[in-house]
Design a protein around this ligand. Sequence first.
Ligand SMILES: [Mg+2]
Length: 367
Amino acid sequence: MRIREIWVFAVELPLSEGSYVWADGRSVDRFDSTLVRIATDDGLVGWGEVCPLGPAYLPAYAAGARTGIAEVGPALLGCDPRDLDLVHRRMARALQGHPFVKSALDMACHDLAARAQGVPLATLLGGADGEAVELYRAISQGPPEAMAAAVARHRREGYRRFQLKVGGDPDVDIERIRAVRAVLDAGEVLVADANRGWLPHEALRVVRAVRDLDLYIEQPCATLEECLVVRRACDHPIVLDEIVDGVGALLAVWRAGAADVVNLKIAKLGGLRPTRLVRDLCVELGIAMTIEDSWGGDVTTAAIAHLAHSTPEAFRFSATDFNSYVGRSVAIDPPRRTDGRIGSSRAPGLGIEIDESALGEPILIVR
Ligand SMILES: [Mg+2]
């Protein structure tokens, strides 16, 4: 089984709610996603996706993903996609760093490897644990009352976990957190995600002002050192996200006792293989996880479902059904949530069938 061709598609995904706003007034109104189709010499096809949250969130951007795939792709021709470590070694020899470039190729190889065995990808990743995975809903930054109304709306859709986009003016952020917590019941989970938007003095003011409320604080500041200032002054559980970009970063967080939960994004870590490594290390170290990606549509959502579902249930803090935020589907049978939860498909590989007629012409073919 050898990789014969890699096709690359650019897919625009409009946001159903119009726009998505996070710290420092950054926003997107559509996603520029990249789909990868890898075909092998024995007729199998696997799919991968990478979709940065615009060019100013993580060090990743859509055109860079495509340029990088053109650079790395030839190194994978002739490679057996089931040799997943070898796939990564070949990619590392062809291009240093750039984890987001490698993520879609890694995802398509995982799809192929599981399809070739006739098993769901979750089986290859350790085995689906439990019935389904709890999802969180991200709440775009806006006025406090609008965010509380959005939470109330998504609660009616079945979500029980909410991630508020804060990281703005600390006084308004305090109001945002209070307004949203007031519409939630005990047992419903609230995360205030600042996406690095506060300086330590601002974060300290916010956590002191909401000390009486049950919530998690996510990535308050830009660096581990700044986040530790907040950690030492705060008794809320802490989630770290943007700075957890590999094994070294995870171990630094663990040694410092800096987080109770980490957020693992597949493209941030360079694909399912490296994300699985960090995930398994988190299980050994006793750290719970949100398992997701930087964004994406049906392919990304399927990959998240398999990786999250194969993570021990006790360590699953939450995951995301990104394809429910966008107004375009590329799959005939897209993965969908039920009552705020999603399960991984039991069909082979990612378990989705792509409607290739909906994709248009590939923008790049490596053969
Ligand atoms: Mg986050």
